[in-house]
Design a protein. Structure first.
Length: 331
């Protein structure tokens, strides 16, 4: 078997709205509709609006929806993370048009008006959640927030739990848009020694400039955001053609997908040519490639195959867990 080749193909999973977390939680880990993981670990929630790619962020929509949940205990966990306002990049220039009446302006503004407040909320009671799950899981760490914006003490505690969970067989996925902020908060000597091979650090990219900056940050040894462990990239939502050839050889996994809005409606356009180009680069480099979702005919679809080949390849350690689809072991 050639090293670096995809060895496990995970089954296609039928999911609800991309990324929406289910209410069912076992030992603090949540069931999820994200098909490339089995549980989410919502130990941190919240983000800011500094990056334009947050315009139609699914996590922002999900936090707003859950903040208005009928159960007050659930709604309290999401309170204050999002709000409706006229965004600073409003293309309608509605401020002078609607005058000083802020409430009327927000109601009529046709731009994206759901915004992060900048509040980063941590949940200390969930810090040890993965240790209570005995069967191996693929755990997405803080999918509704960016760990780079959390405080260093919280990140250190999360890393401590990940280290303690090494004997349980879990695989942990981290995703950030700010690797230059997150990586310096991680204990570099331990990662250099190979003690965290079950932690996958990824960057989220929507455009070519994002990929060049963020993938380069975790792949380039001279960068302050360089990650010596397992690296992956999420091209979702992909908004333009992205050439991944420069860094694909340094990445362990590539996930790709279109933008989806509420109700599984497609967002900005996604072209099959973009998927074909990334797939070709991954095959040539011997790297697994996972096509999460595409837009077609006014719907968001989860494809099964492309040109006669499965489109959901996972690295061996992650794919083995996804194939089992085992429920969390009861205590």
């Amino acid at each position: 078997m050639r090293p670096g080749r995809p060895t496990c193909r995970a089954p296609v999973v039928s999911a609800g709205e991309s990324g929406s977390e289910g209410r069912d939680a076992v030992n603090g880990l949540h069931k999820t509709g994200i098909p490339f993981c089995t549980r989410t670990w919502p130990v941190v929630r919240g983000c800011d609006n500094a990056l334009r790619c947050a315009r139609n962020c699914w996590a922002k929509r999900d936090c707003w929806r859950m903040a208005h949940h009928s159960d007050p205990k659930i709604a309290e966990q999401f309170e204050g993370l999002t709000e409706k306002q006229c965004p600073p990049y409003c293309t309608e220039d509605c401020r002078p048009f609607y005058g000083a009446d802020a409430s009327k302006r927000i109601d009529r503004c046709r731009s994206n008006r759901l915004m992060w407040t900048g509040l980063i909320r941590t949940y200390p009671e969930l810090l040890d959640a993965p240790l209570g799950t005995r069967k191996p899981q693929v755990i997405f760490v803080a999918p509704q927030g960016d760990l780079a914006l959390a405080d260093g003490a919280t990140v250190s505690k999360i890393v401590r739990t990940i280290y303690m969970a090494i004997e349980l067989g879990h695989e942990f996925l981290m995703l950030t848009k700010r690797p230059g902020l997150l990586v310096p908060m991680l204990p570099r000597p331990a990662f250099d020694a190979g003690r965290f091979d079950h932690l996958w650090l990824g960057v989220s990219c929507s455009r070519q400039a994002d990929f060049d900056e963020r993938a380069g940050a975790i792949c380039d040894p001279s960068s302050p955001g360089y990650w010596p462990g397992r690296r992956w990239v999420s091209l979702e939502p992909q908004l333009e053609a992205i050439d991944v050839s420069r860094w694909i050889g340094s990445l362990s996994w590539t996930v790709q997908g279109c933008e989806s809005l509420a109700g599984r409606r497609p967002g900005r356009p996604f072209h099959w040519d973009w998927a074909a180009a990334v797939r070709r680069e991954c095959i040539e480099a011997g790297r697994p490639w996972w096509l999460k979702q595409v837009s077609q005919g006014g719907r968001v679809l989860e494809p099964v195959s492309m040109c006669g080949r499965l489109v959901r390849d996972a690295p061996e350690a992650i794919g083995a867990i996804l194939q089992k689809c085992s429920p969390v072991a009861p205590e």
